[in-house]
Design a protein around this ligand. Structure first.
Ligand SMILES: [Zn+2]
Ligand SMILES: [Zn+2]
Ligand SMILES: [Zn+2]
Ligand SMILES: [Zn+2]
Length: 419
């Protein structure tokens, strides 16, 4: 059995590498380093770069072994289901929680626990990704993202960064023991009974018990059962509130299926370094589906002039075809673009809206996630080539608890033509 401290360390995505020097990101990089990072970024079309590549951590999905493993006081990295809010009280609300196009509440995609060593304010740090499930909105989003320099573009994909010092109002200063005894220090804000995600500020006027983030979710809940449950709640005492879903339990239809994100270093998947005791790579070979999916992308791209970029993307991903996430927060880290068209230049990436400092690449979400989420292949189904997330390099600490960072969406050219 691992000690609690080791467990917590294991959860720290930035601490996976043996060589700690490599993972440390200077709080205030010297201008030369920042310039070099910027130059790297401009170079992203240049595939034959000989400089040493930053080591990438990959994320894979796995069904949680038992319920209760992905709760906020255990600092999980997870995809689907509902978010395990790090700050459970000061949740994003109002427009922040809604799609900038259709105005509907956003759906939880994934969260990564990624504290920054050496930054006391980010002893705990989690990045949360939300998205509108409408492909029509994503198509509009993909155009709007070019407008960061002309004001605040509307987005249907949003990333929030939340961080806490070791001593805080919500969690013990000691790492979780993972023996069932761990508990958060205080309850979180009441959330919507329909989506389980956003603050439940609106209360059902009949029963005065059911809470909702929006009128839409209230209407959906009413139609799918609260109409009857509401009467039951009114006609009895507190005990019958059990007809409302318990916190953390939401109708499966309102969220994507829940997974734990397991992480591993990409180097363990290099063909020549794969040993037989590497259980992870064996797992990857056992599943066939994502490979089949790769094949269908290849077919899709046969006629495309962007083949070179696509081929290197594909080669890189094929080392571990089940990856849903690529993470690397090192100064020389670069995202892996699927296409050379539609990549932002340095100037397209906004600066931090809070400290005005630069954003840097931190992770990207791969399209394999759609397979795990059971997203279909209809013309209006959600689809993307990759979603690249840039976060404040200093991981600044002023302003609101959930700071909005920048997601860059790259779609397949065949998809963009559908608009
Ligand atoms: Zn939308
Ligand atoms: Zn809701
Ligand atoms: Zn009611
Ligand atoms: Zn900042």
């Amino acid at each position: 059995m691992e000690s609690g401290a080791e467990k917590l360390r294991g959860l720290r995505i930035t601490s996976l590498d043996e060589d700690d020097d490599e993972t440390e990101v200077p709080q205030h990089p010297p201008p030369a380093a920042a310039a070099a990072a910027a130059a790297d970024f401009d170079d992203n079309d240049d595939e034959e770069d000989d400089e040493e590549e930053a080591e990438v951590t990959l994320g894979f999905l796995k069904k949680p072994k038992r319920p209760g493993l992905l709760l906020r006081h255990l600092f999980p990295s997870k995809a689907g289901g509902i978010p395990a809010w790090l700050d459970p009280v000061n949740l994003p609300s109002g427009k922040s929680s809604c799609c900038g196009f259709c105005g509907e509440p956003l759906q939880f995609v994934l969260q990564i626990y990624a504290p920054i060593e050496g930054n006391a304010a980010a002893f705990h740090r989690t990045l949360f990704v939300f998205m509108c499930p409408s492909m029509a909105c994503l198509l509009r989003d993909q155009h709007e993202q070019w407008n960061y320099n002309h004001g605040n573009p509307s987005r249907s994909v949003k990333v929030f960064r939340c961080q806490l010092p070791r001593t805080n109002a919500f969690y013990s200063t000691e790492p979780p023991k993972h023996d069932g005894s761990d508990k958060p220090l205080c309850p979180g804000a009441p959330v919507c009974h329909w989506c389980g995600t956003w603050k439940g500020d609106k209360i059902c006027s009949s029963c005065k018990k059911a809470r909702y983030c929006s009128e839409k979710h209230q209407a959906l809940h009413w139609r799918t059962g609260h109409k009857n449950d509401c009467l039951q709640i009114i006609s009895s005492t507190d005990a019958s509130i059990s007809v409302l879903p318990a916190i953390g339990k939401v109708p499966a239809s309102t969220s994507w299926p829940e997974f734990e994100i397991e992480i591993d270093s990409e180097v363990t998947f290099d063909s020549d370094s794969c040993s037989e005791n590497n259980s992870k790579s064996l797992v990857v070979q056992r599943h066939g589906k994502p490979d089949a999916m790769m094949q269908s992308w290849m077919d899709q791209f046969e006629a495309d002039a962007d083949n070179k970029c696509w081929a290197s993307f594909q080669e890189r991903v094929s080392r571990a075809p089940e990856q849903v996430l690529r993470y690397c927060r090192e100064p020389n880290a670069k995202p892996l673009w699927a296409l050379s068209a539609g990549c932002p230049s340095n100037a397209d990436i906004p600066s931090c809206s809070y400290c005005k400092g630069p954003l840097c690449y931190e992770f990207q979400i791969m399209p394999q996630l759609l397979y795990y989420f059971g997203v279909g292949n209809q013309p209006d189904s959600l689809d993307w080539a990759t979603i690249v997330v840039y976060t404040c390099q200093a991981s600044c600490d002023q302003s609101v608890s959930y700071k909005e960072e920048c997601a860059w969406v790259q779609l397949y050219p065949t998809t963009t033509m559908r608009r």
